[in-house]
Design a protein around this ligand. Structure first.
Ligand code: N01
Length: 527
């Protein structure tokens, strides 16, 4: 096996798999390095109870091959983690991808050599591989955030992290369980385990806005299939990369009764499109407040204890400025006798003991602690590697926040691409749509370079500066920076607060990316 390749891809999640398929079909010699022992990325690691995608399965799937689209059956409107992992495995088999993937290897460093115009990547087994191009398909939410709570090692029971749940069955029946964290992973875990555990204590720092999923059999698949091609074309141009049929009337100019009616229709349909009814929700605090109160009212109507309902009601940030959750009976869980809620703002966690968690002046004795504390989003996985470009490391360059051109490349790091990198729509979109777009774009760029005999590509400093400024300006025009969210890097102590994704929309982003490519990769220096 040669240790030099045209392209080294890091990660065998949905981005890495598709990137391998595209480049190999185009005749490149590609090697994929994957830290896990199987494909699937996010869906390989996050196998906690209740893990499920909150983008509908007709949208959260590859669109590149009409045959794949027609042959794969999604059983539910929102697919559960095992089914999505099966799909990733099916894709790996169907396109014979495994032969070019090395599992159980983590890339620790990648160093650029200007003389040979090559990257040298070193994996955790000490092995080095060289490649003309490196493509980081490392995921946006793949570097877990593990808060440093004193005493964890003293705990006598079991500790689990939703972001790296064990592969063998974990039976929590009859156990006394604590869950720390109430984002999407926490909500899904809590809802799934509450019926079976002896007791459940939820440790909440910030309550989440959640809208109902209304999950069920996937009736939409039969509807969409006959015209799947056209359906995908429409999705690719939507702001979120999936179809929401966004409204155009401003909430603040709509009669309150009509607002109530329309939000009700969205609520009854379920899912993340809830906030797409009015375009001013994310830019006008008054409009946002109406929608936030709508959700809080549902929480009050669902949770019988008014004190608990109030604790579960988000009030400190605009709705949708932190990632919304999609739930299936989450708030109802708090009506169960065996479930209690600890507000960490009033009773912060002091330490973990042999028996449980001390919050405020009370020790909560448990058998199991589940941490659902999130990720060092968007930059975490990239900065975890020592990536040394022409002059410095990526970590050093990005100390005050990521700097990219189109979220695809960073000046000073030639021939290094990031799939769904920071400052691209990524986490604000259907990841599948954004992954496919980036992979197609990168593949076309590499084919162009090969055809022209070019061996080095790097974004120009000016193009990058303009893109960074534009992404920040657009975000500053919204309510998004008001939340202490992982979109802002605010969940990681010491991380610079900068809005990380591009919020201009998938359709707009696509037009920009296409325009750049058509203009001979304007803003990229290719030599
Ligand atoms: O992570 P999160 P997640 N002490 O960061 C709390 C996607 N996803 O894994 O908000 C106590 O959202 C933290 O509190 P706060 C989706 O994009 C999708 O749940 O920082 N608590 C928060 O409550 C999602 O947004 C799906 O104040 C601490 C929680 O832990 C993203 O992944 C499913 C703490 C972390 O929530 C991440 O979701 C799952 C501490 N020291 C995930 N540190 C679906 O498709 C953190 N917290 C459905």
């Amino acid at each position: 096996m040669s240790d030099h390749h045209d392209v080294l891809v890091i990660g065998a999640g949905f981005a890495g798999l598709y990137q391998l398929h595209r480049l190999r079909t185009a005749g490149f010699d590609v090697r994929v390095i994957e830290a896990g022992d199987d494909v699937g990325g996010t869906w390989y690691w996050n196998r906690y109870p209740g893990a499920r995608c909150d983008i509908e399965s007709v949208e959260y799937s590859y669109s590149f091959d009409p045959e794949l689209e027609q042959e794969w059956d999604w059983s539910e409107r929102y697919a559960a983690q095992p089914e999505i992992l099966d799909y990733a495995r099916h894709v790996a088999e169907r396109y014979d991808l495994r032969r070019d993937i090395e599992f159980d290897r983590r890339v620790e460093s990648a160093v650029w050599d200007e003389g040979s115009r090559r990257w040298t990547a070193t994996t955790d087994d000490g092995r080095r591989r060289t490649a003309r191009f490196v493509i980081a398909a490392t995921g946006c939410l793949s570097r877990p955030s593990r808060p440093d709570l004193p005493g964890v090692e003293a705990f006598a029971g079991e500790v689990y992290w939703t972001s790296s749940w064990p592969h063998e069955q974990v039976d929590l029946t009859g156990e006394r369980v604590a869950v720390v964290g109430t984002g999407s992973s926490g909500l899904q875990t809590i809802t799934a385990i509450a019926p079976d555990v002896a007791s459940l204590v939820v440790f909440q720092r910030t309550p989440s806005y959640a809208v109902p999923a209304h999950n069920g059999p996937n009736e939409r698949l039969a509807e969409v299939r006959p015209t799947y091609r056209e359906f995908r074309e429409v999705s690719r141009l939507q702001p979120t990369g999936f179809q929401c049929e966004g409204g155009t009337d401003l909430l603040t100019e709509t009669d309150p009764g009509e607002v109530e009616r329309r939000l009700g229709l969205r609520w009854d349909r379920g899912g993340l499109c809830f906030t797409s009814e009015f375009p001013d929700i994310l830019v006008d605090a008054a409009a946002n407040a109406v929608v936030a109160e709508y959700v809080r009212r549902h929480i009050r109507e669902t949770v019988t204890d008014p004190g608990v309902a109030e604790l579960l009601s988000p009030r400190t940030y605009p709705i949708a400025s932190k990632r919304m959750c999609v739930d299936t009976g989450y708030f109802e869980v708090y009506n169960q006798d065996n479930v209690s809620l600890v507000d960490l703002n009033a009773q912060p966690i002091k330490r973990i003991t042999e028996r449980g968690i001390v919050a405020g002046d009370r020790e909560h004795e448990v058998d199991v602690i589940v941490f659902a504390t999130g990720f060092d989003a968007m930059t975490g996985a990239l900065n975890a590697m020592e990536i040394r470009g022409a002059e410095t490391t990526l970590r050093t360059k990005w100390r005050d926040g990521p700097r990219t051109y189109l979220g695809l490349m960073s000046h000073g790091f030639p021939n290094l691409f990031t799939v769904t990198g920071p400052q691209s729509p990524s986490v604000l979109s259907n990841m599948m749509t954004s992954i496919e777009y980036h992979v197609d774009w990168i593949t076309a760029a590499l084919e162009h370079m090969r055809a022209e005999g070019l061996t080095r590509v790097e974004p120009e400093q000016d193009a990058e500066d303009d893109w960074v400024a534009a992404t920040n300006d657009i975000a500053d025009g919204t309510l998004m920076p008001q939340a202490a969210s992982w979109y802002m890097g605010a969940n990681i102590p010491g991380k610079r607060r900068v809005f990380l994704p591009f919020i201009g929309g998938v359709g707009v982003y696509r037009q920009i990316g296409d325009g750049v490519a058509v203009a001979y990769y304007h803003g990229f220096e290719m030599v």
